[in-house]
Write a protein that binds this ligand. Sequence first.
Ligand SMILES: *[C@@H]1O[C@H](CO)[C@@H](O)[C@H](O)[C@H]1NC(C)=O
Ligand SMILES: *[C@@H]1O[C@H](CO)[C@@H](O)[C@H](O)[C@H]1NC(C)=O
Length: 460
Amino acid sequence: MDCGVRFVAGCLLCIGLVGNPNGIAAAGPSFRRSRQLPCVFETSKTIPLSKETEIIRLNVRLLLSGTGSKDGQRSQPENLPPDNIPSFIVQESSVDILQYANEDINMLDCRISPYFTADTQIIWPGREIRASSLDSWFTCTIKHTAGKYTTTAFLVQEQKEENPNPGQLFPGIAERLHVSARLLLRTAPARLRLALAKDVRLDCAFSVDHRADVTIQWVLQRKGGHKQRLFTYSGSSKQVEHVGHRVEVALEEIPKGNASLLLRNTEMRDEGTYSCLVSVASLTGEQTIQLQIEEKPTVTVSVNSLSLIEGEQHKLVCNIRHYYPHNIQAQWLRESKHSWKVPEIMKNVLSSSHRQSSNGTYSSSTYFVLTASLKDDGHKYTCRVDHPSLQSPIRRSVTVEVREATSTAWLLLLLSLAVCLMGALWYHHKGLQPFLFKRVNYTHKWEHYVNRSARLSETT
Ligand SMILES: *[C@@H]1O[C@H](CO)[C@@H](O)[C@H](O)[C@H]1NC(C)=O
Ligand SMILES: *[C@@H]1O[C@H](CO)[C@@H](O)[C@H](O)[C@H]1NC(C)=O
């Protein structure tokens, strides 16, 4: 049985993948037009005699019944394609999935899962209490693959007899499930990148099939893992709680199904995952929006042009300031006069560490020592910086002019020769004289001595 399920599931997945190759972005019909969407049904199953669970995935179809399309074509069960793909047929109700997810079907990722509440029975107005104990609930999450929005519908199964295994869906057993949407939640976008000191609206909309007391919460999970509740609204007690003065939910918008959060004057610590939680009766829908702060770097080079003599050295510094986050790529390139030549990436380039300023942005520098050679004349040295906040890299260039060293060298040589000569002359002039004088002196002394001894010998 297990093997069979897995085999069939694998086959369905294969067929699904072949039939609907994701990634090849051929424009498909919109969900509103086609009124059906390929989905993956995901459920976990405990393996008998072990504590492990197994994830079962099946390709299914989400089908909107009713007369939605203009040509009057009804997506009724009798119109189902003759394949074995199980279908969730959504009956028309006041909660319209299309209202929140109308897009090219190739851009939508759809997952359906059984929805269980641990112990509490889901009691929903309009449904008999006795019958509701047997209700099977599902969540259907449709994500826009480019992150435009995410929507979750809570679906309840309408016709019991077709599914003897509540929440368990097996091919052949439940080929058609009639469901209807009771609660719908939509957040947009999935990810947000924002600079500092900006205002932003995190969209969260919901729709319920009856007038209900709704509880709304916004919770921020910071990067470090710390959770903070930013906003709470209780529909039954009409109690409202805002945390901090930079967040706001317009209360008059809540009855219209609009729980969007306004965040003002963004700071570094606003980064994280924002959850919008909407609870009605015992159902709680939760969807998240990722917020990331991004600051573009400012890039400057130490000089714009350089005039060097062959052999001379110069440190070329590229300063990169006030960016966030710190993953930055900086390179020095040597570019030829001839633009058709591929720039050469400089080696022996050093980078400083990232210094953080009080507002959380980083700064660093990247540099190398250029030893001028005649080959460099007319070349450009370019600092190229890339950062997640940039659409294309920033480039700052230094043009280099290198002059021949020969004329100067001759001048220097002549100059040093002249100095040597003068030094030698001076030495001869000043150093030889006293020596001669001393020689004279000695002779004089010697004569004196000789004379004296002669005189002495005369007297004796
Ligand atoms: C939801 O409310 C916000 C104010 O909090 C408003 O700016 C926005 O336009 C509303 N969205 C819709 C779809 O009405
Ligand atoms: C961050 O602080 C630096 C100075 O410490 C300033 O130059 C820079 O403009 C600031 N950035 C923002 C976005 O406020």
